[in-house]
Design a binder for this molecule. Structure first.
Ligand SMILES: *[C@@H]1O[C@H](CO)[C@@H](O)[C@H](O)[C@H]1NC(C)=O
Ligand SMILES: *[C@@H]1O[C@H](CO)[C@@H](O)[C@H](O)[C@H]1NC(C)=O
Ligand SMILES: *[C@@H]1O[C@H](CO)[C@@H](O)[C@H](O)[C@H]1NC(C)=O
Ligand SMILES: *[C@@H]1O[C@H](CO)[C@@H](O)[C@H](O)[C@H]1NC(C)=O
Ligand SMILES: *[C@@H]1O[C@H](CO)[C@@H](O)[C@H](O)[C@H]1NC(C)=O
Length: 237
């Protein structure tokens, strides 16, 4: 019964991407694999009651970064002037359910994973190395986000073995696993938008195994070099 249901869902998701979005997500739907449901959700048509506030453009402590992300996710409604986001793009939560169809919840213990960036600053068009450090894991979803925003920016290339770039809102704007093979300390390659104008941070969900995952693994803030910054309310870029 369980297998039949999951496969039926997989077919729905596969046919739900007329634009050729992540074919790999369909593969990951295989029971036993870790998958992120990238199905589209409709944004609210009403004006958002939320605003993104940023305390500083400079490096922020881990505590502060988490506050910024929390506010950013709430402001999803007005963060996408150019199109609807997809659910997992925002929540970064794997779409697993137990056999009794209740959802699998994220771990609440401190995450054993760290997202490290080779540099704490960047310029438009620059390429940065990002590393997920910690114990061996099977699945992940990693994005770069402007401070406070709920959608990814920039693009990834040179996917290491067992990983691949996928599309959230633009081609290759997110990195994920290509299979459940174990991975450890992987290094991802991210290229900043040529018109970047705000600081970024990386955020990842890391799944040690199918039902054991940590959300909100954030890197320190990576600041945009002085001279390129354009202060926009909420950094809606
Ligand atoms: C994916 O998300 C959509 C929207 O929430 C939901 O309708 C669909 O059932 C989900 N699919 C799976 C396989 O979880
Ligand atoms: C992750 O962040 C989201 C939004 O910022 C929050 O709703 C959620 O509770 C956090 N989850 C964990 C496990 O920290
Ligand atoms: C569903 O199954 C999970 C895993 O076996 C269990 O932890 C959870 O309590 C179950 N939920 C219900 C409502 O039975
Ligand atoms: C996305 O990645 C694929 C595979 O690495 C590559 O062939 C393609 O050119 C990339 N597209 C963009 C817009 O970077
Ligand atoms: C991963 O990185 C951590 C921290 O640098 C290190 O302690 C560990 O030995 C590394 N593991 C592997 C398999 O490279």
């Amino acid at each position: 019964m369980y297998v039949v249901l999951v496969l039926a869902s997989a077919l729905c998701v596969c046919t739900a991407f007329p634009f050729g979005a992540p074919k790999g997500a369909c593969v990951d739907m295989t029971p036993g694999h870790i998958y992120f449901n990238l199905t589209r959700v409709s944004p609210q048509g009403t004006a958002s009651p939320y605003r993104i506030t940023v305390g500083s453009n400079q490096y922020m402590s881990g505590e502060t970064v988490k506050v910024v992300v929390l506010v950013g996710v709430l402001s999803l409604c007005n963060a996408y002037p150019n199109g609807a986001p997809k659910e997992a793009c925002v929540t970064m939560t794997p779409g697993h359910k137990y056999a009794n169809l209740t959802s699998v919840h994220p771990q609440t213990t401190p995450s054993p994973y760290q997202v490290m960036v080779a540099s704490n600053q960047y310029s438009p068009g620059a390429t940065l190395k990002v590393m997920i450090v910690g114990p061996a894991f099977q699945g992940f979803l990693l994005q770069a986000r402007h401070n406070g925003n709920a959608g990814p920016v920039g693009s990834f290339s040179n996917a290491p073995t067992n990983t691949k770039a996928v599309q959230c809102t633009a081609e290759n704007d997110s990195m994920t696993h290509a299979n459940p093979n174990t991975k450890q300390n992987i290094t991802l390659t991210w290229t900043a938008p040529s018109d970047a104008r705000a600081d970024i941070m990386f955020i990842a969900t890391v799944a040690q195994e199918k039902n054991v995952f940590w959300l909100n693994n954030t890197s320190p803030m990576v600041t945009l070099d002085q001279g390129y910054k354009k202060e926009v309310s909420g950094n809606h870029v």
